[in-house]
Ligand binder design. Sequence first.
Ligand code: KIV
Ligand code: ZN
Length: 515
Amino acid sequence: MSDTSKRIYIFDTTLRDGEQSPGVSLNVEEKLKIARQLARLGVDVIEAGFPIASPGDFEAVRAIAREVEGPVIAGLARISERDIDRAWEALQEAKRPRIHVFIATSDIHLKYKLRMTREEVLAAVRKGVARAKSYCRDVEFSPEDASRSDIDFMCQVLAAAIESGATVLNIPDTVGYATPAEFGHLIAEIRRRVPGIDRVQISVHCHNDLGLAVANSLAAIENGALQVEGAINGIGERAGNTALEELVMALYTRRDYYGCHTGIVTEEIYRTSRLVSSLTGMPVQYNKAIVGKNAFAHEAGIHQDGVLKERTTYEIMNPAMIGLVQNNIVLGKHSGRHALRTRLEELGFKLNEAELDKAFARFKELADRKKDITDRDLEAIVEHEIKQIPEKFVLEHIHISTGNRVVPTATIGLRVGEELMEEAACGEGPVDAAFKAIDKITRIPVCLKSYALNAVTGGKDAVGEVTVKVEYAGRVFIGRGISTDVLEASARAYLNAINKVVYEIGEENLQVLEA
Ligand code: KIV
Ligand code: ZN
């Protein structure tokens, strides 16, 4: 990297703002998995959660603070004493903790949400930032709804935050209202007007309501922002946050223009995207820049011809840069355990012996039904079925009878400890029948909230990947299953969600239905 290239710091909020996406709910173990992967990806800061929000959030921030080394670990707090104290309680064991405090500065938020005057907000900022600073050297302050705030007042607030000890000032476009030129100008004005601004780092946090989050973040960088906040796959409140993979690859691919670099290990991008999508249950749109299924696919004959002759005719990035291994068809039913282990390692999965046994068994089952097992199939096996929680209910067999003139009927066999339990049920369709038969055995009153079926790869023998969301006691649990048979994949996904309910709620606390 040239001496003049500017270092941009990447603040990942997948586990906080990203987890606020509708329908997303991650448990502590899943958050830890994502945090470990974010550390491998090389993000500078992980915002691990909002500790006061719930006991689960608190535990997750504490676990990540204890375990994940490398990045700074941040926890969010409103400007109140209770929030800040709770954030510090969760963060204190981190090697590099940061308390991130925020309060809104726009008149609309002051009047309707906070019911506070500007003077009261100013006083709260002084008090809150100073309190956070009394615990932690590294304090980030955000004036929420900055892009709709009166700039004079916001600059006054920012100056007060610096005087009280803030080390990072984060400027959020909370409702995704700004345009790139406007947002860039806002950053330039803040740099011009706020006393002491040279002592702190300027950060930005953009939402994507108008599809401008990445563009706004880039405009801010051009005007002096050094930290960008965002989430993997751009997940987050409403239309989401700045998609970090897009921002990082824009800075890399157009380094000639931006003159900036990050500390991101770009080869980890694809794996991180898959993990986040798989654990949150939020699919990545096919045409999504960088990590979408079609991002490097060439359909038109002229394009295919061009790429075959010279890749750069139609590709501005090498897919290998984001860790997309395109060596597709590799294993088949004659491949052995050693070949599987080697390929999984090449794909970045390090399994212990028990996990490898399980992966090998599933691989063999799949290879009996599908000639070529692709890298995407292997990823699906590991992500969905291997690194999983303990299973109370294990699918032994499934038999479905269906058609357009018969009542769909399912017979399901589940292993529960040593016992094999079998039930049959009819339903509106074959999936409904299978789920009803499973319900008869588990007797756990879950409510199915969503069901999605995707093909992992192309072809008639493609592996079907099913993701379901079920609700139990007001909480959402995500289950996933794969198989070349979509009904089996559905049953596996449903059982996976139910096993998570058992694991997380605890058998002793479950309310089961009468037999
Ligand atoms: O969007 C927003 O304003 C936020 C703040 C808490 C930084 O998420
Ligand atoms: Zn936000």
